[in-house]
Design a protein. Sequence first.
Length: 85
Amino acid sequence: MRTLSDELESTPNAAREEQLAHFGARVRELREKAGLTQADLAERAGMDRIAISHIERGQRDVGVVRAAAIARALGVRPGDLFPES
């Protein structure tokens, strides 16, 4: 069974970067809508602020466990982190 990580690994670099950028922008949008700072979100998700910054800028990939932690910290469903196409 292929995982999201496997899917991203086989995705051409430009498409992968675009997906990370869209995911990060969605995290930022939801964070700002919730009235949270990056530090607030990081604390609630059990991460550090720099990690959240990198995610929001599309510079860091996250796995399922971290995505779920971010979603919980934002009070949304994990699927809500993925922008509609």
